[in-house]
Design a protein around this ligand. Structure first.
Ligand code: ATP
Ligand code: MG
Length: 410
């Protein structure tokens, strides 16, 4: 018997002529993820699924690996499969020896036992040469479980735990409940974004959602001060970017101090400093996005959540640049965002205290603004905007991750 992990990618099968390139991207991403786990397993795609053969000498925890693979965008679900090849077991002879299959089913039943839960066996024969009907084999294996383990309840329609046996011409595959993965599309299949990453809950989720829809992600974060290159890695936002990279592979995080902007507006006491700052961030981010061929900016904006996110201020920010700004969280409720943050293992780092720009800049930010009025202020108080952007970008630093590990971009 050999172990395999099978990856299913539901949505990709809908993609018509592009399907081949989507599958290729996904396979590359899966291979890179496996490499990042210091494994050398191969990945083969056949029809609507991918197979990973697990070497017989592997002694690590396959469930942990499967959980990590379930974080790859483009995989809908996966299963850990025990494979009885027809070469080793002649399953199509009359009354084949199924003792190894029965032993395995018993072992899996013991491993998954939960008091008072119900189970069912599901047999599928795509090769009908097997001497029993599906129902007969289901009965035989259910009897093994009822006799030799603590399971007592069978429920054929809505069981808590399923044991699957698939018989094909090449052999017999046994597996238990599917592991639900994140679905979506493979990273690098739909485009590239530059995400404005703050220290809060929202922007990491916005980036994750874009990665789930197949985008390559880079980040920019604006800091109040210049930061020491050697400490970059310890920053809260760096650890957030690191976690996001576990889903989407290579990500760069640019850290950009906004000291020049602060200096330019010092002692001007403008009511509109917050929205002016948001326009400044948008302009700097747009320039960086163009430099790395990103097509859109992404923010964690959420309609009406705070003063900077009124419809008027969102419009004023959008009008300050040519590049489209995508806001995947615009209509979410805060609790939905926090729930996702917990589920994605981001909550603990996002909840750490961090002074963000909103708190630094203004205590009573304006909730309504107009593009034309802001443009006038910018001309008056920030007369050489290009220089401001160039001075700011001259101080940017970068840190990169690949599936959670430090990485040097060339
Ligand atoms: P978040 O929870 O993402 O911090 P927020 O509720 O604190 O959002 P704002 O501070 O108004 O709201 O930020 C709105 C969006 O602007 C953020 O989601 C992020 O995309 C961007 N942003 C805010 N501050 C920064 C920053 N210092 N660097 C980069 N982007 C930022
Ligand atoms: Mg914030």
């Amino acid at each position: 018997m050999r172990n395999r992990i099978i990856l299913h990618y539901g949505e990709l099968t809908l993609k018509g002529c592009n399907r081949h390139s989507f599958v290729k991207k996904l396979r590359t991403n899966v291979r890179n993820k496996i490499k990042s786990l210091d494994l050398t397993w191969d990945v083969v795609s056949i029809h609507d699924r991918m197979f990973i053969e697990i070497p017989t000498d592997f002694t690590g925890n396959i469930d942990e690996i499967a959980e990590k693979l379930a974080e790859i965008p483009g995989i809908a679900w996966l299963s850990k499969v025990y494979w009885f090849s027809n070469k080793d077991y002649d399953i199509f002879e009359y009354r084949p020896d199924l003792s190894k299959v029965e032993e395995l089913i018993e072992q899996l039943a013991n491993e998954t036992y939960v008091k008072d839960n119900s189970f069912a066996i599901r047999v599928k024969r795509s090769d009908k040469r097997f001497y029993q009907t599906s129902k007969e084999l289901e009965m035989q294996l259910a009897t093994v479980i009822l006799k030799n383990t603590e399971w007592k309840n069978v429920n054929l329609n809505h069981a808590d735990q399923y044991f699957y046996v698939d018989i094909s011409s090449r052999g017999m595959a046994v597996h238990t409940n599917r592991i639900k993965a994140i679905g979506g599309l493979p990273v690098a299949s739909t485009g590239k974004i530059m995400c404005l990453l703050s220290g809060g809950f929202d922007s990491p989720i916005a980036a994750y959602l874009m990665a789930k829809r197949g985008c390559t992600v880079d980040f920019v974060h604006f800091t109040a001060n210049n930061i020491q290159a050697s400490k970059l890695e310890t920053y809260k936002v760096a650890r957030i970017a690191q976690r996001i990279s576990e889903f989407c592979g290579k990500v760069r995080l640019y850290m950009v101090p906004y000291t020049h902007f602060d200096l330019a507006l010092m002692e001007k006491n403008l009511d509109y400093d917050l929205i002016l700052f948001r326009r400044f961030m948008a302009r700097v981010a747009e320039k960086m996005a163009n430099d790395v061929y990103a097509q859109c900016l992404v923010t964690g904006d959420n309609l009406g959540q705070v003063a900077s996110q009124t419809m008027e201020n969102i419009v004023s920010m959008t009008k300050s640049i040519d590049m489209p700004v995508l806001r995947p969280l615009l209509t979410y409720n805060k609790e939905e965002i926090v729930t996702m943050s917990r589920k994605l293992g981001l909550f603990d780092v996002c909840v750490e205290p961090y002074k963000d720009c909103c708190a630094l800049i203004s205590n009573t930010p304006k909730t309504k603004s107009e593009h034309e009025k802001l443009e006038y202020m910018e001309e008056k108080f920030l007369d050489d905007y290009d220089e401001l952007i160039n001075d700011t970008l001259a101080e940017k630093q970068v840190i990169a991750f690949n599936f959670g590990k430090r990485f040097d971009f060339v």
